[in-house]
Design a protein around this ligand. Sequence first.
Ligand code: GDP
Ligand code: MG
Length: 166
Amino acid sequence: KSGFVTIIGRPNVGKSTLMNEVIGQKIAIMSDKPQTTRNKIQSIHTEDNFQMIFIDTPGITKPKHKLGDYMLKAARETLGEVDVILFVVDESLTIGAGDTYIIQELKDIKTPVILVINKIDKIDQEKFNYIYEKYEKMNIFSDIVGISALERANLQVLVDKIVDFL
Ligand code: GDP
Ligand code: MG
């Protein structure tokens, strides 16, 4: 099995951390400042039975200037070209302009979308269930999984779900 996986979501939700922890190498630039990742970064994760090519995209925000516009385009153009989309959100339940924008785009795309709720180390089960239900109601995600990229919690569960779609 082999396929392309793209990671999208608002700046700072942990996209680069997720990719790095899965790949086990520090490829993407991680930072507290949003939008450190300016270009699509590809990396390949190979195991005995499958291979995943990850595309780490710049954070998606409602474009305010030319550079933002360019970054949004880079993220968006990968969506139709991949096998699985990981839409990463964090525990804050902030659904900003960038998220709304992306959710609209995802409705029109046939590629399976796994919603990844990251930073579950910061919340309890009750809040997780609340977030889970909120996204489940949107009816656009093929699967929903909670992880902590930083603490490597549930990463194998996520990888297994990705493999199911390859
Ligand atoms: P990106 O902009 O979406 O690529 O986000 P980054 O991967 O650069 O992460 C942004 C910040 O969130 C960094 O300070 C990370 O250390 C932190 N972070 C990422 N994943 C987690 C997590 O699972 N739990 C916690 N508590 N922090 C995280
Ligand atoms: Mg990043």
